[in-house]
Write a protein that binds this ligand. Structure first.
Ligand SMILES: *Cc1c(COP(=O)(O)O)cnc(C)c1O
Length: 449
């Protein structure tokens, strides 16, 4: 068959004749159906947008360029983009209770780069939350901090509290006199002591950057303290972990002057165009969070606590029972005695239970390839509508695979059957299938509304 340009042709016929195209479409569809229909997605850094937010994301802004900030651009054609960016910033500002929000970082890492570059010069010192206790790679010499030539000094950690050791950290900050202190992390079950650290940092003239990538949804849902209200100067974040928006980043500040300084750094140093189609999806998700974010955040944490308790009841070693296991969306399980992280995460994947292996504070750096922990997040399963009863079921599925050594393929079938009851995103807008198609046609072909 030869296919004339412009000819309309059925998708099946097309795929039959172009094997590479078929491969591309098949991989994409298979991924989508597997992860969205059959899996229990419990990677703590992921989430799903509502159908309306996804449709808003599909807009023509993905093709356009904007450099600079709203109404001060280097390109024409941006009248709607300018207004939308301002609106999205306003919505996020209300949620974060500050006027100073910038949505230009295209990821959490870009937001961190912006903060670090604004407040330090190469050779300066940064005190950061300890890596083995969950600081993000961007906070370290191996990541953004190192790339900017900033010296990484780890704050002391208390394993009993599973948190930064406040007294020792305050002493360290007084001695080291860093330019910045970073808080927050990727393994984050209890809030870091922002208030005490901010007092010590400010006394030596350091800025406090609290990275809320993991817990942004909990902050806007008011179940996790907003670091800006406790003295942090800046928050940096991803927008797609507990906050169920499009993949991207943001920063927000307490003070106008810091906001202005960071605004001069993010562009032109770390973004030129900032992936404009995110803005509509961010705004839709922000509105959803204003309406339902508090219920959502409460349920995420209730589910995490319940999942932890149920996993412990099934025989798993869940960390920090003494403090109620967790105050966030994360549950941390030590699987060292069950076969270690790599093997256990793989076994669970075969059963359609998607989690990740994770370093625990007492692991050695060389354990990174096979750490002793699993990190489990409840934010996405909560968005799919699961509640306490479902946590018990999930703990049982995990026990079947990891402890009873049941064939993971058999468990996969059960998991997939279980997932069938949770196919609609909650805490977000629902529109009719007809209206979904109507919006899709607009996005694809610019048909009139
Ligand atoms: C995920 C994460 C980031 C990086 O976010 P990206 O959007 O993936 O760049 C930064 N900081 C922390 C603490 C994270 O967990």
């Amino acid at each position: 068959m030869t296919y004339e340009f412009g000819e309309e042709i059925g998708l099946d016929t097309l795929l039959q004749h172009y094997p590479s195209l078929k491969e591309v479409i098949d991989l994409t569809v298979n991924h989508t159906v597997w992860r969205k229909r059959h899996c229990l997605n419990m990677i703590a850094s992921e989430n799903v947008m509502s159908p309306l937010a996804m449709l808003a994301y599909m807009n023509d802004m993905m093709h356009r360029y904007a450099e600079g900030k709203p109404y001060k651009r280097f390109y024409q054609g941006l009248q709607y983009v300018d207004a939308l960016e301002v609106k999205a910033m306003e919505i996020m500002g209300e949620l974060l209770e500050t006027k100073y929000v910038d949505l230009r970082p295209i990821s959490g890492t870009t937001a961190n780069a912006t903060a670090f570059r604004t407040f330090t010069k190469p050779g300066d010192k940064a005190c950061v939350a300890p890596v083995q206790a969950g600081a993000h790679v961007s906070h370290t010499r191996f990541g953004t901090l190192g790339a900017l030539g900033i010296e990484q000094i780890e704050l002391p950690f208390s394993l009993e509290e599973w948190n930064i050791d406040v007294d020792k950290a305050v002493k360290m900050i007084e001695e080291v006199k860093p330019k910045i202190v970073t808080l927050g992390g990727s393994l984050y079950i209890f809030p870091h002591p922002t208030k005490e650290i901010a007092e010590a940092a400010h006394a030596v003239g350091a800025k406090v950057i609290h990275d809320v990538a993991h817990v942004l949804g909990l902050v806007v849902g008011k179940v996790w303290e907003n670091p800006l209200k406790l003295g942090a100067d800046v928050i940096t974040s991803s927008t797609h972990k507990t906050f169920p928006g499009p993949q991207g980043g943001l920063f927000a500040t307490r003070l106008e002057e810091d906001y202005k300084e960071m605004g001069k750094v993010v562009f032109p140093m770390f973004v030129s165009n900032h992936h404009l189609h995110r803005l509509a999806a961010m705004a839709v998700t922000g509105i959803e969070m204003k309406l339902w974010g508090e219920d959502y955040a409460r349920q995420i944490v209730a589910n995490a606590k319940e999942l932890a308790a149920q996993l412990a009841a099934e025989g798993f070693k869940v960390v920090m029972e003494s403090k109620g296991y967790t105050s966030s969306h994360q549950v941390i399980v030590d699987v060292a005695e069950l076969g270690r992280g790599t093997k256990i995460a793989k076994m669970l994947e075969e059963a359609n239970i998607i989690v990740n292996k994770n370093m625990l504070p007492y692991d050695r750096p060389e354990d990174v390839k096979d750490p002793s922990g699993l990190r489990i997040g409840t934010q996405e399963i909560t968005r799919w509508g699961m509640k306490k009863d479902e946590m018990k079921e999930i703990a049982k599925f995990m026990r079947m695979v990891v402890i009873d050594k049941k064939d993971p393929k058999e468990v996969a079938k059960m998991v997939s059957e279980f997932r069938k009851n949770f196919m609609e995103v909650q805490y977000g807008f629902k529109i009719t299938r007809e209206d979904e198609v109507r919006l899709l046609k607009i996005m694809l072909h610019a048909e009139a509304f």
